[in-house]
Design a protein around this ligand. Sequence first.
Ligand code: NOJ
Length: 740
Amino acid sequence: MTLALPAAAATPSHAVYSSAGDRAAEKAFVDALMAKMTLEEKLGQLNQPRGLGSNTGPAAMAADDAQIAAGAIGSILGSHGAERTCRLQRVAVEQSRLGIPLMFASDVIHGHRTVFPVPLAESASFDPEEVRIAARHAAVEASAHGIHWTFAPMLDISREPRWGRVVEGAGEDPYLGSVMAAARVRGFQGDDLAAPDTLLATAKHFVAYGAAEGGRDYDVADISERTLHELHLPPFKAALEAGAESVMASFNEVAGVPMHAHRGLIEGLLREQWGWDGILVSDYTGVMELIPHGVAGDREDAGRLALAAGVDIDMVSEIYLKDLPAAVREGRVPMAQVDASVRRVLNAKFRLGLFDDPYRYCDVQRQEALTLNPEQRAAARRMAQKSFVLLENDGDVLPLSKSLRTLAVIGPLADNRHTMLGNWAVAGRVEDTVTPIEGLQAALGDRTRLVVVKGAEIEGDDTSGFDEAVRAAQSADAVVMFLGEHPEMSAEANNRTSLDLPGVQQQLALAVAATGKPVVVVLLNGRPLSIGALQGRVPAILEAWYPGVEGGHAISDVLFGDVAPSGKLPMTFPRNVGQVPIYYAHKNTGRPPRAEEKYTSKYIDVHWTPQYPFGHGLGYTTFGYDQLKVERAKLALAAPEQRVSVRVTNTGKRAGTEVVQLYLRDDVASFTRPVRQLRGFERVTLQPGESKTVTFELGFDDLSMLDASLKPVIEPGTFTVFVGGSSSATAEAGFEVTEQ
Ligand code: NOJ
């Protein structure tokens, strides 16, 4: 049933509707509309309160009908549901003077009601097409629930696993992060923003939020301009090139300037240099926070700074709405700045097609049909299967046989529904999830007896359940343990100083492993963990992250070999928290670590290498690499195209998928370069004995670096290429870039 919608009676006075996508028509339409707006109505368009029940920060006023009718609200955060959003839309269109439709924004981070694996997990798939499809499903479902605009993808590169928000990003690498950024934007926005099943995407958080000191959320990012440009900006560039129509400012400061007041990076870089014309939204109370940051003396000052920096929309601070009218009237804030922001907001509404039909997202029947349907669930299951990373598999313990007589299922997360959803599943419901136990039951039927023992809680020091867990293991043919972090240990404000398994879970794993049974630990968590103590004692470890509503099925699919694991780590796993920051693309230093030489860059108490490097991940077979070739031994600067090929062979006994990775090093340059940088990857599926030649094309973007003025250039000299199944790949070849 389509909700009964008001017809002509609701038509506001500016009803000169024209099709979205036509920029000249858009300008004419927005010009005409703005000519009718009062200052208060304009500032209303820049005001974004939260919807009822939606709170992701300090308490803030929720949107109410009277404010909407007064034209004091342009968009709402966190209201969803076709019926609810439509009711509010009707107030805006029918009761406000100009009838300007609202935009409904929400954090659709990894699916809407059909919750997909968390973004870090999706990134581990190294499968941008699958990630695009996941975002596409999220857009279709969320838009059917009345949402126009998602606050995703999060593009913050981070080498700081203590920071809870690494779970929302693509990991530590700007190349992988850029590929995933573009895939997600394309998935959310589709080909046509005006279609009723696409969402406006938000590249967030601009910028360097992932560089928070000490991994404390919201803290200072004190980084060089070079690091900003090499590490943090590339995913934003990729997202904007893929068409992202919105960007969110980050809570942090960058080298002394809070991002909500950073005119140089917002107006200067995004708008002037990159020519981007979308909407810049503040983060939750981000405008108001300029006061505690210490750059604004009062609310008006905060609003003035943020607007001047280019922040168009004030999320929940209500400073633009309440404190800017007098400032504009009395000449302290230029009207032109207000107009520029209002224009961008109205442009976005135009591009979404809301002026053509503000009720296009109001179809309750469509909402029902597009919620958790079999196609959506199947996509979530596939995405989860591809996101799992097999860290260890001694003695080929995995895959498990489906004809086990008894399987012990141990650990605090075996039947924890919330863990399947992870954090940031705004519309997710625990009752929609398939738990690990349910997945095992569905895969095994009643052929196998499951002995389920919790053994310990996620946190705390109670070991009283260990004996029962050990007895269950002793009585079983094999053991699967579900260990990790509660979702509230990841995502916003959930930072940790330890990367160890919380509570007594590691001890539990070691006690169970001491039985000598084939033990598999499945990890459910949102960040790199330090789990070195399990290595060599627990034969198999599968990193399954927070896998989404279909997690339980996907885990069983992989445990029993219906699907082989193929994910790779998007972040380095350290040996202990003291190694942080640790990442593969580090600099060599003048004294690279050498065991036999004391005065080199390392620790005295732990090896300098990580527990598991970026790009690591095993399968149920093995792969061999040979015939690595660079097409041209010498390249002229003027034609910097290179082709690298390698033959990959499945050398094991089962079919499998390998993520073939190519890394590049600029051997000598006028600025120090990382020891290697990811420059390409491809997923290749091979049958036993089968080979395939994989070819990578390298061009200017891959070979260039930033010169002293941060302009990309290629410097003549030698380059080394590394190809293999992780960032520790050893197959290498070289070539030279020459002046001529
Ligand atoms: C704060 C978070 O930093 C941001 O990512 C999110 O989009 C907003 N809250 C709105 O929920």
